[in-house]
Design a protein around this ligand. Sequence first.
Ligand code: ZN
Ligand code: ZN
Length: 218
Amino acid sequence: MTIVHHPSEELLLDYASGALSESWSLAVATHLALCPECRREVACMEAVGGGLLDSLTPAGCSDGTFDAVLARLADDIDEAPIAAPHEMAGPAPVLPQPLRGYIGADLDGIPWQRLGLGAYQCLVRTEDGVTARLLRIPAGRPVPEHSHRGQELTLVLRGAFSDQTGHYGAGDFQNADEHLKHQPHAMPGEDCICLAITDAPLRFRSLAARLVQPLLGI
Ligand code: ZN
Ligand code: ZN
């Protein structure tokens, strides 16, 4: 898996410091399960946070303490083995943890709900008032063009999509906001399955999409 699009450093920092609510955390944690590069970065952030807490007590640290903590952490992190996201025998699950635990099944067992035009969704139960769902967009088909009233995080789990901001394959992460209007297009060959987190309804351009929107909760 070659991941090109990662969460922003700011989002990783919010994750590492525990500032994200459940749904956003789920998206970042699922990306981390697929992305050794971001796991390493978050491990470094968490270690720096812990080191800073340690250095706050007792008072009277020398000025060099922070640099020393960073240097030691860099050594530790270089040496620390990073666990593979799954170590079971047999075919690897497509849905990594923690997402698989939320769904209660891997890809084969997802209770898909029809959205129309060949697309499906499966709502993921979270408690923070933010909408988390799996989306399945049929191979080679577009999602209706839309803009956003808030944040939209999308993590590709299988297949791929593209829009004017680039090509997104398995493991890739897109962070869209009010400034982006796009029409993601699933690549041919394989349905695109992704985890999408939104904190406000999308703003669809087409009348048809707007008419069914309240029924579908998107
Ligand atoms: Zn990453
Ligand atoms: Zn969007």
